[in-house]
Design a protein around this ligand. Structure first.
Ligand code: CP
Length: 293
């Protein structure tokens, strides 16, 4: 296995499937494993609720201890220190594993490549969010779909989404299918099957994955026409012939990418995704610590 999880391209299909299997076997264990306690640094230089708390819970459930930096505020980054220097200092204190979320100005891939301890990306700008893509797929496996049966339509702000970009990589590794539907404003550079409208896309896919419009990463102003015809509504879900699964990595801006009525859709998996994240992150932490013990 690779030393770190930053880019799913570095992992083979069989390594990823082994990780997926591990996450299911952990779910069948008693609550806390008996491994020797390690020290895990959780360094979130960008805002997060799900990923950060998932990693805190996963760390605790694995029987490890963690220390948390939940923002640049309160660190010496406020005084001009770089993320790289901050991490160098944190690593000098000898944690056993570190999770990092940052924007793309900090090159996670280059930095991680030079470290001796395992490093996990908790999200990197709009480039990648490997554990989110893994937890999404685990969530669908848990619903009984096989990799070959999964056909995800990603809807909304694909271009600025690290989750969408990680799915493009992971789908090639695991053999599931991904298509997109979005306005030209949100069109990514990466080649991917694209539908003209939501109706056509929903006839093809059995999973709709809505995404937040990530204004903090937009180069220009978005207009209402950029999102209105891609909004997931209760009416759309009621008339969706396939009655497939609804997903969203969160956070959700209700009234923009989805309406409030979507909360009551019977195949809404949004909170199941959050639960799935704990199993996946426990598996990644356990596997990387085992490989580096
Ligand atoms: N899905 C996700 O990454 O959510 P957070 O930004 O809350 O961690």
């Amino acid at each position: 296995m690779p030393n770190s999880l930053i880019d799913l391209r570095d992992w083979t299909s069989s390594e990823i499937k082994k990780l997926m299997d591990l996450s299911f076997s952990i779910e069948n264990e008693s609550l806390q494993s008996s491994v020797k306690s390690k020290l895990i640094g959780l360094l979130f230089f960008e805002a997060s609720t799900r990923t950060r708390i998932n990693f805190e819970v996963a760390t605790a459930r694995e029987g490890h201890q963690s220390f948390l930096v939940s923002s640049s505020l309160g660190t010496s980054i406020e005084k001009g220190e770089t993320i790289e220097d901050t991490l160098d200092n944190v690593l000098a204190m000898k944690p056993d594993l570190v999770v990092v979320r940052s924007d793309e100005n900090f090159n996670q891939k280059d930095y991680f490549a030079h470290q001796k301890i395992p490093m996990i990306s908790g999200g990197w700008g709009k480039i990648s969010h490997p554990t989110q893509a893994l937890l999404d797929i685990r969530c669908l496996l848990k619903q009984g779909l096989t990799y070959e049966q999964i056909k995800i339509v990603i809807v909304g702000d694909i271009k600025h989404s690290r989750v969408a970009h990680s799915h493009l990589t992971l789908s090639e590794k695991l053999g599931y299918q991904v298509a997109i539907v979005c306005s030209d404003f949100a069109l990514p550079q990466a080649p991917v099957k694209r539908f003209e409208n939501l109706q056509q896309a929903s006839e093809w896919g059995n999973v709709i994955m809505s995404l937040r419009y990530q204004k903090e990463r937009h180069e220009k102003m978005m207009t209402n026409s950029d999102y209105e015809s891609f909004q997931i509504t209760g009416k759309f879900l009621d008339t969706w012939k396939k009655q497939g699964f609804l997903m969203h990595p969160g956070p959700i801006n209700y009234g923009v990418e989805m309406t409030e009525e979507t909360r009551s859709y019977t195949k809404n998996l949004i909170l199941s995704q959050v639960e799935s994240g704990v199993w996946i992150r426990r598996a990644v932490i356990r596997q990387l610590l085992k490989d580096n013990s």
